[in-house]
Every structure is written in structure tokens, then in C-alpha cells.
Design a protein around this ligand. Structure first.
Ligand SMILES: NC(=O)c1ccc[n+]([C@@H]2O[C@H](COP(=O)([O-])OP(=O)(O)OC[C@H]3O[C@@H](n4cnc5c(N)ncnc54)[C@H](OP(=O)(O)O)[C@@H]3O)[C@@H](O)[C@H]2O)c1
Length: 243
């Protein structure tokens, strides 16, 4: 379809599935992570060290704009994320890393995306991959939850700012449900200390309740094909995919 997908965290889990799905659909995918993207191109970056990231992204977007066949639509997926330590204790480095990767890098990438494409009239969308933890209280996840609550509220603010833009970027916060990735393995491995909901997450896997990353990616591609504007709303995957 010749869309351009800028995907943070495209080396593993949901982001890797999104890169595969986008490339399979005939789109271009640029993944940003420390590891290689599962498909498409890689911009190697440690998002906990964002200096220079905005300029590097702006350069990639500028190259894409100058291409003989520029993208028909542009999508940024702020997907990279880490849980950080589960439980009641964490230190300075852990606070920095979670907030940088889950929140600050998403803000920087969004800013670079919006600014580099401000005069592009083709459809443009920012998808923030959030979590039920943004609004539901889970003891032992306070740091992760705070980062996702911040990400969602950033999305609402950015959408409000874009409402008056000549060529506005649409923004959606997406709560993808539970997915069978390394992150869920990490949750189960954490054990119940300082994390009273641990058994529930172990049960989700035992009951086969985790969605496959490929199925979630396919639903996101379906949702991104609609011309619906979301204006910073927080949606479940089914709502976004239009089912
Ligand atoms: N899995 C779930 O059940 C679930 C539920 C709700 C929301 N989510 C959200 O969905 C998103 C994807 O999660 P996932 O389950 O696919 O996680 P995952 O399998 O652990 O993958 C995380 C991705 O984030 C990237 N990342 C982590 N730290 C990074 C850093 N310092 N610099 C650059 N990239 C970094 C990783 O790339 P590198 O390690 O190669 O850098 C990897 O590609 C996250 O935002 C998560 O919060 C997941």
C-alpha cells in the first residue's frame, strides 16, 4: 500500500510483528530499537539515550518525502516499552530508563514526526501503544503504570494541538490487551513478592488467553487502514480495528 511505518521496538514482540505485517502488506517499515528489526529497515537506537534521535528520524522522513513515490500515508507507532522492576523498590537508573523509553522517547518521536511532516497532506497518524495499567491500579507496577498514564495524556494533548493544524496528525492511544511476548514471560518470572496479581498473569497463559503478536499486528493494520479520526481517544484493539 506504500504507507510508511515508523515503529519503535520492532526487534521483538508486538513491534516485530507489526514490521513483518507492514512489509507483507507492501508498506515500508523503519524500526527503531537496539536490535535489528524483524523486517524492513532498522534505525539502531537505545531509546534510553535519546540525544540525536529526533534529527536522525527527521532525516529518514525527509528522505522518504523526496522519494520518487512518496508514502501514501504515514504512521508512527510508539511501541517500545519496558516494564522495569516489578515490586515496590526501584532505583534512579530504573526510573530513568522506564520513563525515557516508555514516555520521553515517544514524545520525542512524535514531535519529530509531526514537525517533519507538517506540510504533508497525506493521512498521518500517531499510535501510542498503551496498557490497561495506564488507568487500572496494579500493585508492583507503579513505575510502568505512571509511564503509560503519561503517554496517554500526552496523546490527548498532542491531538488537541493538532486540531488546528492545516494538515493535522491524528492520534490514538491503543490498549492492545495481553499479548504473548517477552514482556509477559518477564511478568510470570517476577514471582508474587510485591506483586499480588502475579497468579492472575500466570493463569492468563495457562488458559491460553494471551493473543499472538501477529494477530494483534494484523488488527492494528486493519485499524490504520480506516480514515477514522480518533483525536487522542484511548481505544481497545477491537474498537480500533473496527470490529
Ligand atoms: N505484552 C503485553 O501483554 C502487553 C500488554 C499491554 C501493553 N503492552 C505494550 O506493548 C508494547 C510492546 O510490548 P511487547 O510485549 O512487544 O514487549 P517486548 O516483547 O518486551 O518488546 C519490547 C520492545 O521494546 C524495545 N525496547 C526496550 N527497551 C528499549 C531501549 N532501551 N531502546 C530501544 N528499544 C527498546 C525492544 O527492543 P530492543 O530490546 O531490541 O532494544 C523490543 O523491540 C509495549 O509498549 C508494552 O508496554 C504489552
Amino acid at each position: 500500500m506504500n504507507r510508511l511505518w515508523l515503529l519503535s521496538g520492532a526487534s521483538r514482540g508486538l513491534g516485530a510483528a507489526l514490521a513483518r505485517a507492514a512489509v507483507a502488506a507492501g508498506d515500508r517499515a523503519i524500526g527503531i530499537a537496539r536490535g535489528d528489526s524483524s523486517a524492513g529497515e532498522t534505525l539502531r537506537w537505545d531509546l534510553s539515550r535519546p540525544a540525536g534521535l529526533a534529527a536522525a528520524v527527521a532525516e529518514r522522513l525527509e528522505q522518504a518525502r523526496r522519494a520518487e513515490a512518496p508514502p501514501s500515508a504515514w504512521v508512527l507507532v510508539n511501541n517500545a516499552g519496558l516494564l522495569g522492576p516489578i515490586g515496590e523498590r526501584y532505583g534512579e537508573d530504573e526510573v530513568q530508563a522506564v520513563l525515557q523509553v516508555n514516555l520521553a522517547s515517544a514524545i520525542l518521536l512524535s514531535r519529530a514526526f509531526v514537525d517533519a511532516l507538517s506540510d504533508v497532506s497525506a493521512p498521518k497518524q500517531v499510535i501510542n501503544i498503551s496498557s490497561g495499567a495506564a488507568t487500572r491500579t496494579i500493585a508492583g507496577w507503579s513505575l510502568y503504570s505512571a509511564s503509560k498514564a503519561g503517554l496517554e495524556h500526552y496523546g490527548r494533548g498532542l491531538a488537541a494541538e493538532q486540531a488546528t493544524a492545516e494538515h493535522p496528525v491524528d492520534v490514538v492511544n491503543l490498549s492492545p490487551g495481553v499479548i504473548d511476548t517477552d514482556m509477559q514471560a518477564e511478568i510470570r518470572a517476577a514471582g508474587p513478592k510485591g506483586f499480588p496479581d502475579h497468579d492472575r498473569f500466570v493463569g492468563l497463559q495457562a488458559e491460553g488467553a494471551l493473543a499472538s503478536p501477529d494477530a494483534v499486528a494484523a488488527a492494528i493494520l486493519r485499524g490504520a487502514s480506516s480514515r477514522c479520526r480518533h483525536a487522542g481517544a484511548t481505544l481497545t484493539l477491537a474498537e480500533y480495528a473496527g470490529r
